[in-house]
Design a protein around this ligand. Structure first.
Ligand code: MN
Length: 202
C-alpha cells in the first residue's frame, strides 16, 4: 500500500488574503506531493509499507533520514491543511479552552507563547500545541519535518495544532516577515477541528 496526497478541504484561494492561492498551490501540489512520493519510495520493499503513518512516526528510527523527513512532511502537512479553514479564527471553546486557560492563563497568553515558538524557530520547522495524557497542553517547536510524536523529540504529547514556518509556506506573500504570517494564521485556525483532536488525544 502507498500513501496518497490528501485532497485539500478547500480551494487554493480559499485562505486569501491570509495565505495566497499561489503559495497554497505550490505548497500542496509540489511540496506536500514531494514528501508523499519520497515517503513511498523510502518505504518501498520494507516492513514499513504495511504500517499506518502514526505507527511509522511513533516508532521512527531517527537515523533513517528519508523516512523521518518525508514521513514527517507527509503527516505534518495533512494536519496543517485540516486545522485551517476559510471560516476559521476566533477562540477555542469547551475543554480545550479550559486547558489553554489552565496552562497559559488566557487565550492571549497562549497566542503569545505559540507565536514566540513559531517566530524563534531558527531556519525551517514547525510550532505545535500538544496535548499530554490527562489533558494538559504544551507549546513547543521542532526543526525540519520532525513531529512531536517521534521518539526523542522532547515535545511529547499529541500535536493538535501546528504551524509550518518553512519559508516555502509564506515567502511569496510575506518575504522575510514571518511574524506577520504567524499573526495571520490565527485568522484561519479551525478550532472545531483542533478541539476534536484535543479530545481524541488527551
Ligand atoms: Mn510546508
Amino acid at each position: 500500500m502507498s500513501f496518497q496526497l490528501p485532497k485539500l478541504p478547500y480551494a487554493y484561494d480559499a485562505l486569501e488574503p491570509h495565505i495566497d492561492a499561489r503559495t497554497m498551490e505550490i505548497h500542496h501540489s509540489k511540496h506536500h506531493n514531494g514528501y508523499t512520493n519520497n515517503l513511498n519510495n523510502a518505504i518501498q520493499g520494507t516492513d514499513l509499507e504495511s504500517k499506518s503513518i502514526l505507527d511509522i512516526l511513533e516508532n521512527m528510527d531517527m537515523s533513517n533520514m528519508a523516512v523521518r523527513n518525508n514521513g514527517g512532511g507527509f503527516y505534518n502537512h495533512d494536519l496543517f491543511w485540516k486545522i485551517m479553514s476559510p471560516n476559521g479564527g476566533g477562540e477555542p471553546s469547551g475543554d480545550l479552552a479550559a486547558a489553554i486557560n489552565e496552562e497559559f492563563g488566557s487565550f492571549e497568553e497562549f497566542k503569545n507563547a505559540f507565536s514566540k515558538a513559531a517566530a524563534t524557530r531558527f531556519g525551517s520547522g514547525w510550532a505545535w500545541l500538544c496535548v499530554h495524557k490527562g489533558g494538559k497542553v504544551k507549546v513547543c517547536s521542532t526543526p525540519n519535518q520532525d513531529n512531536p510524536l517521534m521518539p526523542e523529540i522532547g515535545c511529547g504529547g499529541v500535536p493538535v495544532l501546528g504551524l509550518d514556518v518553512w519559508e516555502h509556506a509564506y515567502y511569496l506573500h510575506y518575504q522575510n516577515r514571518r511574524p506577520d504570517y504567524i499573526n495571520s494564521f490565527f485568522n484561519l485556525i479551525n478550532w472545531e477541528e483542533v478541539n476534536r483532536r484535543y479530545n481524541e488525544g488527551k
